[in-house]
Design a binder for this molecule. Structure first.
Ligand SMILES: C[S@@+](CC[C@H](N)C(=O)[O-])C[C@H]1O[C@@H](n2cnc3c(N)ncnc32)[C@H](O)[C@@H]1O
Length: 197
């Protein structure tokens, strides 16, 4: 079967939000991300939220008093919806643009359904970019899928072996294990990761 080539650019993601095809939206911060954030003590660390989407993580960090938070996304269309529902949504913290062109230095980068939304051919570039955006000792933390999907369009799946190969080239994998607190539809199908530069 010939696969249709999809250009996963800003226009593509805006169309998915417009057509109500944001089926990754959990509607709130998910437990793996929340529990991880809840054990952080230093509220001054520089944090980047990848592919901010509806911005539940960004909003939660803001509510918990984290001072230096940034989201990166092609579009803030989904975050604008959330901002209508919550009066204190930090819309000004979202950088609109391509992650691969983003410049910055972070102590912590949060991942959830961003890696799986990128073209498979960009996975090596993602790992290199994360390495470039982290300060020494900085961490990538969050969840990555541990299963495959059938569709031609994202999400694209992945597995432990692939992540080990990808990230251990330049960083230290501290945690890479099945998340115990996933939301029900993702239960047993995602890995919690902490990767340190
Ligand atoms: C599947 S959604 C996940 C949203 C959010 N992380 C969540 O869990 O609800 C992927 C998001 O990443 C954004 N995105 C995809 N590729 C991007 C890129 N190269 N640069 C910036 N944002 C990108 C899309 O616009 C979309 O909002």
């Amino acid at each position: 079967m010939k696969m249709k080539k999809v250009n996963l650019n800003k226009k593509y993601w805006e169309k998915r939000y417009n057509n109500d095809k944001a089926n990754w939206n959990a509607g709130t911060i998910t437990p793996p991300l929340k529990f991880y954030i809840d054990q952080l003590r230093n509220k001054k660390i520089d944090i980047l939220v990848l592919g901010t989407g509806h911005g539940h993580e960004l909003h939660y960090l803001f509510q918990q008093g984290f001072k230096n938070i940034t989201g990166i996304d092609f579009t803030n269309q989904a975050a604008l919806q959330t901002a209508k529902e919550v009066s204190d949504f930090p819309l000004d913290k979202i950088v609109l643009g391509d992650f691969f062109e983003h410049v910055g230095e972070y102590d912590l980068i949060l991942e959830q359904t961003f890696f799986c939304s990128l073209p498979r051919g960009k996975r090596r570039e993602y790992a290199e970019k994360i390495h470039g955006l982290l300060k020494k000792g900085g961490k990538l933390a969050g969840v990555l899928f541990d299963c495959e999907f059938d569709g031609e369009e994202p999400p694209y799946g992945g597995n432990k072996e692939e992540y080990e190969k990808l990230f251990s080239a330049s960083m230290t994998i501290k945690v890479l294990e099945t998340a115990y607190n996933s939301i029900k539809p993702r239960s047993g199908r995602e890995l919690f990761v902490i990767i340190e530069k």
